[in-house]
Design a protein around this ligand. Sequence first.
Ligand code: GYE
Length: 327
Amino acid sequence: MKKILALACTIAMAGTMFVTANAGEELLKIGYVQVGHESDWRMANTQNYYDVFTEEAGFELELIDCDNDHARQLTEVRNFIAKDFDYIVIDPIQSAGWDNVLKEVQDAGIPCIIADRSVDASDDLYTTAVGTDMTAEGVTAGQWLAEYLAGEGAKILVIEGSTGSSAAIGRSEGFNQVAAEHPEWEIIDSQDGDFTQNGGQQVMESFIKTYGADGFDVVVCHNDNEAYGAMDAMDAAGIKYGVGEKIIISFDATNEGLTRTLNGQILCDVECNPIQAVIVMNVIKALQNGEEVEKFTLVPDEGFCAPGIESEIVTTMTDEVLAGRKY
Ligand code: GYE
């Protein structure tokens, strides 16, 4: 595990090691069933696959945008099986309901990689998985809030990611673990914003209607786009956020999310790195070489907070950090 992880990190960070196809060698056919196009994170992840799985690198990539439709995702995997692809990469929209189709991929003898999100299925049913630790991300957000509030009570609203996705499940689980240690916190409501800006705005509008401007202190948004929507709703209602005002916590740490952290609108943004294609490619290369691969390769994350906030849990934002964020 450690060896693979170290290798993955080195390659992910260097980001420059591309494999060149030998002349005359057949391209490896890779089918990727992508979740959709719901967020900036997702768009960055899709672009990253196109950048990495090029013909020059020896691949023919077919990436299908499943538009957040689980049934469609199952159908597209079956299409890849029918077309006899060399590898199938699945970013599961929801974690449940994968057993049958994973078995079909296995029976067809096609190596299967679960990427980014995870499935609720025995790991015997797929070859390997690559992704971040969503529960750890939730824990980081909770620990940062505990550090920031330093024992003060808080009423917390949560705008969740898409129901049934491992990203939403993990972030809630991790945050709730920390919340359970803080009786002075109250999670007053938690609703699905579907990882979209529109969804975040609608949920926040209804929260404001229900609880009023004085009814909450913290909004935890499961991704940056939801946070932008929540800000739009708070702006419209004249509710302020930032240090000394409502606390917004977000996940993804995209360029725009970290820009809003640097300017003090989001107080804590926990990273989820969308740049995962090089790691997936190297897993495929290892499998091609007949090497054993670990069942899971972790994509490492980091958390960030707004300037002026000292933290031992996350990194305080600076211009330099932002300059390093291209996506
Ligand atoms: O946080 C969100 C996206 O699966 C980690 O999905 C990913 C999540 C990400 O739409 O922005």
